[in-house]
Design a protein around this ligand. Sequence first.
Ligand code: FNR
Length: 343
Amino acid sequence: MSIEQRKLDHVRYALELNPSLHNGFSDLRFVHRALPDFDLADVTLATTLGGLSLSSPLLINAMTGGAGETEEINRNLAIAAKRTGLAMAVGSQRAALKDPSLVRTYAVVREVNPDGVVIGNLGAGATLEDAQRAVDMLGANFLQLHLNAAQELTMPEGDRSFRGILESIQEVVEGLSVPVIVKEVGNGMSTETFRKLADAGVRIVDVAGMGGTNFVSIENRRRTGLRFTELEREWGQTTAVSLLEAQPHVFQFDLIGSGGVQTALDAAKCLALGAKAVGVAGAILRPMMEYGVDTAVEIIEHWQEELRVIFTLQACRCVKELRERPLIVRGETAEWARLRGID
Ligand code: FNR
């Protein structure tokens, strides 16, 4: 199976499979404030990540590149990012490191959006040299290193060896020309993982929790033999749980909430749990592929408007204030937090 075919399979199955409703966000509730004492126009969505200013906390998360047909997808995502001021990540650049003819399927993102915030992507375990090549390929502002053990282990042709990954991450964090974001791909994070990442010097983490795009499910569809059905159904922490798991380390990281974010309200809940930015992949890809880039832009703009409304109804003028608002945590998510001793 070629890498190019795999990239196309991932897009196809991500579009076919519906995101799960068990993303934990429905366990979280804001406490309505009936007395905001400023104007909607006073609200700013600006935030910072790794010291860089972003005009919006929403970002288009890593998806694709690495096959001829993905160039068009990345071009359209980059157009949407440019028109809405969002930062945007490309999918894993490993294919282009192996085959330079594929560089254009990623570099198109920088061509379309020369002044935007562009984020490169490689698997954690990449060498410092490859990580720097990935950054240079795009003039990237950040590099994401993805942790995807559940995906690799259920992928027929996936990696089976993970030894030394943390040391590789540390080497890249220390030597790379831009800040590193460590992310999952949809199975979430735990306090134990945050602790190890903090010790390795990582300062930006995207939890990429369970509840949206599910790579065990995608890899199951790509298998010819028996499937990992149980793992598909329940392996991992939701985004809500992952952000709660981050609480003991909340001051050590710039957190990104992502995984199953389907609405502006989900995004606001991530911010209230301490995230500085919110990543969205499937929920932008799906309408863009079905209805085109104008619809994707319309949806993102509506989310930004809805975020301003939510900020106002929380009497918050900015992301920093929303990050300090309490949320009511109920149901399975509250039970998890209680059993894990997280306040
Ligand atoms: C992804 N994702 C991903 N992540 C990553 O770090 N490197 C990658 O190459 C890819 N590839 C990829 C392809 C496709 C088609 C999708 C939809 C997603 C994972 C993505 O960045 C994100 O972490 C998860 O999709 C969870 O977010 P959503 O989709 O639930 O918003």
